[in-house]
Design a protein around this ligand. Structure first.
Ligand code: NAD
Ligand code: LMR
Length: 337
């Protein structure tokens, strides 16, 4: 029988709690898939007034899940209630893009949400809160959120590119007709947008009990440097075109993977991709939220240094950095207006 830590539940806020990503995400948090099967939780569910009826239904379903790790929940439209004493924050609430839009087209509509929520985190959250921004444009929203929460360390703000990593891992596994869990160390560099660079140059795959390079195992650099990259860069748009709504089930799972690894760590010798504050590593301009390979121990991420960056990779990194610099400038202008 699992020994549940009833005494010290952690407080976890999910914004956009009545939306489609949250609908999958909340049940996985409640089930212990993020913080572990022994960690109880109190859920703080934030949405806007018109969504309160739907959120009421979500709360009924949380009751009906009958999961023992849930020690309570609050549903609210007030940031001061939502962010009070939280240990972890999933910032999902924002407008999703529709067919024909780029994610950066959401910037002016969404960035102010992250200014307000940064200010609220600053005032009400625990100082070691771990913040994952999912709402798009995720990298720039995370940067703005951190900017307006100066009392919280900058490394506590991250943006989600784990969905891109999962997509890339899955595409490689499919191509090699192997299990997705045998593909390791795929890196997503840069923005969660069509300029991202999914990089498998340093990735490994276990085939017949032996670890091999993905590049040599696939042995088709034409595919790896063209179709593969394009497919991952445009996967979000392809899902929107097919579903007429943006990805939700896979986005929620990626949010679970991201926070799980941040909370509980990555295995020795492996890394995952997270949008984190750039420190100049790999020639990336400082002070952007840029997806990087990170290893994690004791809830602290560290950029994996020393990976080989080819000229091809360097040109891709420059492109996505340029887009993030432009987004940063635009976001600051929107927030200052
Ligand atoms: P959705 O429209 O189903 O849900 C969004 C919810 O946010 C709604 O309930 C809405 O009422 C709420 N909301 C709006 N403004 C809010 C505010 N100020 N405070 C709190 N809640 C607010 O959208 P969704 O499909 O759940 O997607 C949410 C966001 O996640 C979108 O921006 C989408 O583009 C993004 N997304 C990111 C990734 C990623 O990989 N980073 C993947 C998928 C989707
Ligand atoms: C995704 O990657 O599926 C999300 O960011 C939604 C989108 O707008 O592409």
């Amino acid at each position: 029988m699992v020994n549940i830590n009833n005494d010290e539940p952690i407080r976890v806020v999910v914004t956009g709690a009545a939306g489609q990503i949250a609908y999958s995400l909340i049940s996985m948090i409640a089930n212990g898939d993020v913080f572990g099967k022994e960690q109880s939780v109190i859920l703080h569910l934030l949405d806007i007034l018109p969504a309160m009826g739907v959120l009421e239904g979500v709360c009924m379903e949380i009751d009906d899940l009958a999961l023992p790790l849930v020690k309570g929940y609050v549903k609210t439209i007030e940031p001061e209630v939502a962010f009070k004493d939280v240990d972890a924050a999933f910032l999902v609430g924002a407008m999703p893009r529709r067919e024909g839009m780029e994610r950066k087209d959401l910037l002016s509509a969404n960035v102010k949400i992250f200014k307000v929520q940064g200010e609220a985190l600053d005032k009400y959250a625990k100082k070691d809160v771990k913040v994952l921004v999912v709402g798009n444009p995720a990298n720039t929203n995370a940067l703005i959120c951190s900017f307006y929460a100066p009392s919280i360390p900058k490394e506590n703000f991250t943006a989600m590119t784990r969905l891109d990593q999962n997509r890339a891992q899955s595409a490689i596994a499919k191509r090699l007709n192997t299990c997705v869990s045998s593909v390791k160390n795929v890196t997503i560099w840069g923005n969660h947008s069509s300029t991202q660079f999914p990089d498998v140059y340093n990735a490994k795959v276990e085939l017949s009990g032996k670890s091999n390079g993905v590049y040599s195992s696939i042995n088709d650099s034409e595919w790896l440097e063209n179709d593969f990259i394009k497919t991952i860069q445009t996967r979000g748009a392809a899902v929107i075109q097919a579903r007429k709504m943006s990805s939700a089930m896979s986005a929620a799972k990626a949010a679970v993977d991201h926070m799980h690894d941040w909370w509980l760590g990555t295995p020795e010798g492996t890394w995952v991709s997270m949008g984190v504050l750039s420190d100049g590593s790999y020639g990336v301009p400082k002070d952007l939220i840029f997806s990087m390979p990170v290893s994690i121990s004791k809830k602290q991420w560290k950029i994996v240094e020393g990976l080989k960056i080819t000229d091809f990779a360097k040109s891709k990194l420059d492109l996505t950095a340029k887009e993030l610099l432009e987004e940063k400038e635009e976001a600051m202008a929107v927030c200052n207006a």
